[in-house]
Design a protein around this ligand. Sequence first.
Ligand code: SAH
Length: 394
Amino acid sequence: MTTVFLKKGRDHSVRNHHPWIFSGAIDRLEGEVTPGATVLVRDAAGEALGLGAISPTSQIRIRLWTFDPEAKVNDMFFANALHNALVSRDRFKHDAASAFRVVNAEADLLPGVTIDRYGDWYVGQFTTAGADFWKKHIVATLMELSPAKGFFERSDAESRKFEGLAGASGVLAGEEPPELVEIAENGCRYLVDVRNGHKTGFYLDQRDNRAAVAAYAAGREVLNVFSYTGGFGVAALAGGAKSVTNIDISAQAIALAKRNFALNKLPETAEFIEGNAFEVLRKYRDSRRSFDLIVLDPPKFADNKNRVMGALRGYKDLNLLAMKLLRPNGYLATFSCSGLVTPDLFRKVVGEAAVDSGRDFQIVRRFQQSSDHPESIFFPEGLYLKGLLLRANP
Ligand code: SAH
């Protein structure tokens, strides 16, 4: 087997079971390099540390499958990992409306593999050379362990290009899914566009937070910023909100949001604004519009280290604008899904916005990604979604 020797003193993170090895930590390679194939990792003294997939073009050169150098990375290995992933989601029923994440990459010891279940369908992303190498096998095994009508691939994430992989989308097993798949979440129903929607179609990572925020919605005028297909908005209106104003820049997202509100037969007090959130919020500020509950769930502002400073400015501007629109005793549910912005950093930047707003806020609760998106104890990067629920003191 191809063997990778780490530089002296660069074995620390592997010994702590962190699954990524950056190119700079590698001293030399012995053997042939096939993208995605399994390599044995040794420290500078030759001690075997684990087995991983090699990505020859990526800065993250190796992602470890296992820290047991005696293990065999073969069909059984993936069958075991998938079985464990399924067992840990057994509180989610596999029925026509269930929607949950089945495989969450590193947290399920399958770096590069993300698989969601939408009712009778799997939708998966294979974002690394290693995941791509084992793709056919992973799909076949999952379909066997826990059958579905079909498995649809959405490996169209930008990040594949760092791995030397082209985008790939289409049916990998079973039948073609329908144009829209209907799912149930917290008692609400949503239509999911698994072909063209963001990621695999729906932001399942916000499920628990949508329920938590909806619990504050009764009788309130809600502003749902970055609404996508209506997730928080539908939940809030179903939770008794007086009205919901949804803002999103995507016409497609707004069109599906309208259908989702209609699907839930909610009172017709929802408003839909297609536009740039920053501009719309400024307009509301200038015209002194106000709300009792505001949800801010922006897209990822920082996807690499060079963008973190810019992202922080974006979060600050956005939160400051929202704070200005919040009525006394109102609530702001504010999120960041940029993994590079840590919970501490996020809290700090929201705090800076609060200072500039000239108002006082309490943190009422903290949010993170839903429980079907677990985080490995050895891989803090796996916690990408964080949020705060703030209450504006009068
Ligand atoms: N809260 C949603 C998910 C939001 S995803 C849910 O629960 O499902 C982020 C959304 O922000 C996307 O729908 C994207 O179209 C939108 N978006 C991105 N940039 C924007 C901008 N400048 N103004 C308004 N919406 C924007």
